[in-house]
Ligand binder design. Structure first.
Ligand SMILES: Nc1ncnc2c1ncn2[C@@H]1O[C@H](COP(=O)(O)OP(=O)(O)OP(=O)(O)O)[C@@H](O)[C@H]1O
Length: 209
């Protein structure tokens, strides 16, 4: 039976993980794209053999995972390398996502995909809903600084490398505003409203499907 699929995205520090934790408490399965990617490229991960054969031994760390610092530099310097690496990892991510979706319990599934908008072509036909966790840049900077100690400039560089707030909002089916001044209770109540809506839509899909 086809599952109802919700993609949750947002910029760094916008509150995606916080929001996903709220849905998890209602027993919604959360599939974390970053965690899958880390597992695939971590020690013994399924992408490691291909990474070593294409990029050489230097691309592999002492722990037999991907040498992230080395690959980050390579990708930064050469867009071709980024495409090659994506060509290895993306099909594996899709495979893992499909497996996790098939074994998910509950009426619908949430995919936590930080870079959803950056690869929208890949996801737009797959997802029933694109939900954007929206936050002002100034608030993103404060939150990321508080947790990492990075400089304002360093955080802004990450923000600028991601899709803009406008680009995200342009493709959103639903928006969860989690900017300055939003309390945990307000966030919880907005998430619950969407949970009820998605349960209904998921049930409709299962009846029609
Ligand atoms: N409404 C809020 N008010 C204050 N702090 C918040 C709020 N929502 C989230 N935070 C805090 O902001 C930080 C970032 O939140 P979270 O980790 O959920 O974001 P994220 O979008 O998953 O970030 P990343 O993309 O970097 O993983 C956390 O320390 C979290 O506790």
């Amino acid at each position: 039976m086809e599952k109802f699929k919700v993609g949750i995205t947002g910029g760094i520090g916008s509150g995606k993980s916080t929001v996903c934790r709220l849905f998890a408490q209602w027993n919604v399965t959360i599939i974390d794209a970053d965690a899958i990617s880390h597992e695939l490229t971590g020690p013994g991960g399924k992408a490691i053999t291909a990474i070593q054969s294409i990029f050489g031994k230097q691309a592999i760390s002492a722990e037999c995972g991907m040498n992230r610092a080395y690959m980050r530099k390579l990708v930064f310097e050469d867009a071709g390398v980024r495409h090659q690496l994506q060509a290895i990892i993306h099909p594996l991510i899709n495979q893992e996502m499909a497996q996790k979706t098939a074994s998910a319990t509950g009426d619908y599934v949430i995919y936590d995909i930080p870079l959803l908008v950056e690869s929208i072509h890949k996801y737009k036909d797959f997802l029933n809903v694109i939900c954007v966790v929206d936050c002002e840049e100034s608030e993103q900077v404060l939150r990321v600084q508080a947790r990492s100690g990075l400089s304002v400039e360093a955080v802004m560089n990450i923000i600028r490398a991601q899709a803009s707030r406008e680009q995200r909002l342009a493709v959103a089916t639903e928006v969860i505003f989690n900017g300055s001044g939003v309390t945990h209770e307000q966030l919880q109540s907005r998430a619950f409203e969407l949970h009820q809506k998605w349960l209904l839509l998921a049930q409709k899909l299962s009846v029609s499907g």
